[in-house]
Design a protein around this ligand. Structure first.
Ligand SMILES: NC(=O)C1=CN([C@@H]2O[C@H](COP(=O)(O)OP(=O)(O)OC[C@H]3O[C@@H](n4cnc5c(N)ncnc54)[C@H](O)[C@@H]3O)[C@@H](O)[C@H]2O)C=CC1
Ligand SMILES: O=C(O)[C@@H]1CCC=N1
Length: 352
């Protein structure tokens, strides 16, 4: 347990305080910290505390001694993470749809408040959108690098090379460059960015509502603290998995592009409802809520989706009539092919 916590947070013993404190006292400190931090909005202390307690109480419930140690180390980790976030200035290179989704999500979660974010964009209209969120804006990407230590590369892949190489003189090893650009490998980003540490993330647009599904891979010089920081940021707006970089195109196929497929499915379900006589409003609400509920059942019951499908499907009933139609039209095979086509396109894009 100690080995797991300490290296990832580069433990600073100043945060440990008195080792004589009982677990109750540590709880009190954590509670106060939570209260203080959520009030000052510097970071979501409660979120971090919960995360570490979930992770670390599981192993040692039986022993009060170990539990006390555990709380101490959770406290150290939480304090370090809070410090790390307190010193984080996030700059968005490109203030488009994804940057906005991430910025809104981070602010809403309290992990990085809007006033600690900055954005630069060639489109003045997009800068205005960011200003309306309470973030500052920079007149150039170079200026952004001067004010931000975590830079999120959120321009389209086609312009990424020019944007990053233009910024290279202003980038140093003190910058963490988090690229969300589809298909751009870490090796290229590293060439373009020089000394900056690189993390590549493939999130999806649902950052905006705190339900993203993301994958991430670390560049060679990225540190465990970078990994923790990016994980904390994206876990505040959904879920993130560390994957081997060669699998990031597969992540793009499933969850990066996936929302578009699901939006189409919702639209089509609603169209079906309208065709069957429902009003558009009612049909849309029923369709979206059905997708939400079904996803929740998969995540919460942990049952195989096939088993859940069977729960809905009565003998000679309505659902099997619909499933037969979907199977006739190659529904599942169409989705599989869509994911594979997206992943393949990502691979092609990485070769430009
Ligand atoms: N849209 C999505 O659902 C997802 C997109 N991505 C990736 O996120 C990145 C951004 O995508 P979107 O937000 O959809 O695109 P977008 O077109 O909405 O945003 C890109 C922004 O970059 C700005 N820009 C262009 N040149 C610039 C420059 N030289 N300096 C500063 N800003 C500049 C544009 O004006 C625009 O506002 C892409 O690389 C994409 O692959 C990743 C996951 C999901
Ligand atoms: O369509 C695209 O290329 C981007 C990447 C994942 C979602 N949108």
């Amino acid at each position: 347990m100690f080995c797991h916590v300490l290296p990832s947070f580069c433990c600073d013993w100043r945060h440990v305080g008195s080792l004589e404190l009982s677990s109750l006292a540590w709880f009190k400190i954590l509670e106060d910290g939570n209260h203080m931090c959520s009030r000052s909005c510097t970071c979501s202390f409660g979120f971090l505390v919960m995360k570490f307690f979930q992770l670390h109480t599981r192993h040692c419930r039986s022993s009060e001694g170990l539990r006390t140690c555990q709380i101490r180390f959770a406290c150290v980790a939480v304090a370090m993470a809070a410090d790390m976030l307190a010193n984080t200035r996030v700059g968005f290179i490109g203030a488009g749809q994804m940057a906005e989704a991430i910025a809104r999500g981070l602010d809403k979660a309290g992990v990085v408040p809007a006033n600690k974010m900055c954005a630069s964009d060639v489109n003045v209209g997009r800068m205005k959108v960011f200003e309306s969120l309470g973030t500052s804006v920079c007149s150039s990407n170079t200026k952004l690098a001067e004010t931000s230590n975590v830079l999120i590369l959120a321009v389209k892949p086609q312009v990424a090379e020019k944007v990053v190489t233009d910024m290279k003189p202003s980038l140093s090893k003190d910058h963490l460059l988090v690229s969300i650009a589809a298909g751009i490998p870490i090796s290229k980003l590293q060439d373009w960015a020089g000394e900056a540490r690189i993390v590549r993330v493939m999130p999806n647009v649902a950052c905006m509502v705190g339900e993203t599904a993301a994958g991430m891979s670390l560049g060679k010089t990225a540190t465990p603290a970078d990994s923790d920081l990016v994980t904390t940021m994206f876990e505040s707006v959904g879920k993130i998995h560390v994957v081997d970089e060669k699998l990031l195109n597969a992540v793009t196929g499933v969850s990066g592009s996936g929302p578009a497929y699901i939006f189409m499915a919702i639209e089509a379900l609603a169209d079906g409802g309208v065709a069957a006589g429902l009003t558009r409003d009612v049909a849309m609400s029923l369709a979206a809520q059905t997708v939400l509920g079904s996803a929740k059942m998969v995540l919460e019951t942990k049952k195989h989706p096939g088993e859940l499908k069977d729960m809905v499907t009565s003998p000679a009933g309505t659902t099997i009539a619909g499933i037969r139609e979907l199977e006739d039209r190659g529904f599942r095979s169409a989705l599989i092919n869509a994911v594979v086509a997206g992943a393949k396109r990502g691979e092609e894009m990485s070769k430009y």
